[in-house]
Design a protein around this ligand. Structure first.
Ligand code: SF4
Length: 379
């Protein structure tokens, strides 16, 4: 185990549009190959919501078993030679106070002592105190925000609860989430709010953006919704609608707020003028970045109950290793070099800043495309 007891990350480079350590293009450029620099940890499968689009919905439970001992997880992280970021995810990671005290805070302290960046994916609907405790350690509080009213929140957030949830209950949670976001932002937390582009939101993104800015969020993340888990049966948006949605958002956004687009289905090798125009615009806009998808490029997901290692927390692709049986660097290297799924999408055009499509994107829009035989056009 690493023995540092002092905080060594004072003065490390701040996260900004010109430095996003989650983007695999950075480590690809640094090491000349994909390297494991990011580990996502699933700390719970409990959640107080059941969103219609939940990408891990099928894994959610009402009761869960004991986790692996924390020292085993910390040892696994310690062995990752080039680790730069960790992400803590669920479920709602803070659902149980005990998880906050016994798992999340120690993991965040570890990250801080090692000088690496941390993120939590939360719905921020529980009491403020459990989030406030994370303030001294956490780099990015990531939330989902796809609403223009409490009615949207009620409809979307409990669509899969299996029993009716009273509007008043949902409205109260919505207020709490907004209040928590405001207070944490005021207290200095970097809150990054993510919106999905989907059949519900694609015409409302400017309004959603305005509300995110009003809450004090430092970053607005925008990702298309893909058909995973609960979202599998939802309508698929045409690529033309998605392009139009992004243009409308760029037209209306606050240029002082960082906008991060991720898992986009538009590539510089598409030979499509509309895609190229959009990609060029995204490059030119101030405070706008397009992140390559970390899943399987520089990141793996570790389930803290079983130790299983996945390419993504979506778990549709079976585990390809276990932290009890090998080092994460070795497991990741086997994924990179041997796994047939990775061979399908493992391309790279440096001038376009692109390291290939996310597996879900390739599956949803580009089933017959051989990306590895393509090349980016000039942007
Ligand atoms: S890296 Fe792959 S997906 Fe990206 S532009 Fe090049 S060939 Fe296309």
């Amino acid at each position: 185990m690493r023995k540092q007891t002092i905080t060594i990350n004072e003065g490390i480079r701040p996260i900004s549009p010109s430095y996003d350590p989650w983007d695999p293009i950075l480590s690809l450029r640094e090491f000349g190959r994909h390297a494991l620099t990011s580990v996502e940890l699933t700390v719970t499968n409990l959640c107080n919501m059941r969103c219609e689009h939940c990408a891990v919905g099928d894994s959610l439970v009402l009761k869960e078993p004991e986790q692996l001992p924390l020292p085993l997880i910390l040892k696994a992280l310690d062995e990752v030679e080039h680790l730069q970021t960790i992400s803590i995810t669920g479920g709602e990671p803070t659902f149980r106070r005990q998880t906050v005290e016994e798992k999340i805070i120690p993991l965040l302290k570890y990250a801080k002592e090692r000088g690496i960046r941390s993120q939590i994916n939360s719905n921020l609907t529980l009491d403020y105190e459990r989030y406030e405790k994370l303030l001294p350690y956490l780099d990015v509080m990531h939330i989902s925000f796809n609403y223009t009213s409490e009615r949207d929140f009620h409809e979307i957030g409990f669509a899969r609860s299996g029993h009716p949830v009273k509007p008043e209950v949902a409205y109260k949670m919505y207020e709490t989430m907004i209040e928590n976001t405001r207070k944490l932002s005021e207290a200095g937390m970097f809150v990054s709010a993510e919106s999905m582009i989907n059949y519900r939101t694609h015409r409302k993104l400017p309004e959603i953006h305005r509300m995110i800015v009003e809450m004090g969020c430092k970053r607005h993340e925008v990702h298309p919704m893909y058909a995973a888990d609960f979202a599998e049966g939802l309508p698929v948006l045409a690529l033309s609608d998605m392009r139009a949605a992004i243009h409308s958002l760029l037209d209306a956004r606050d240029p002082d707020v960082w906008m991060l687009f991720g898992t986009l289905p538009f590539f510089a090798c598409n030979g499509n003028e509309e895609d190229l125009q959009l990609l060029r615009r995204l490059r030119k806009e101030p405070n706008v970045t397009v992140r390559n998808d970390p899943d399987g490029r520089n990141r793996v997901n570790v389930n803290m109950f079983t130790g299983d290692v996945f390419v993504t927390d979506f778990a549709a692709i079976p585990a390809f290793g276990n932290v009890r049986e090998g080092k994460l660097d070795e497991i990741f290297s086997r994924w990179l070099t041997e796994h047939p799924l990775n061979q399908k999408v493992n391309c790279h055009c440096d001038a376009a800043g692109c390291c290939g499509p996310n597996l879900l994107v390739a599956d949803m829009y580009y089933q017959d495309t051989d990306f590895k035989s393509r090349k980016a056009a000039a942007l």
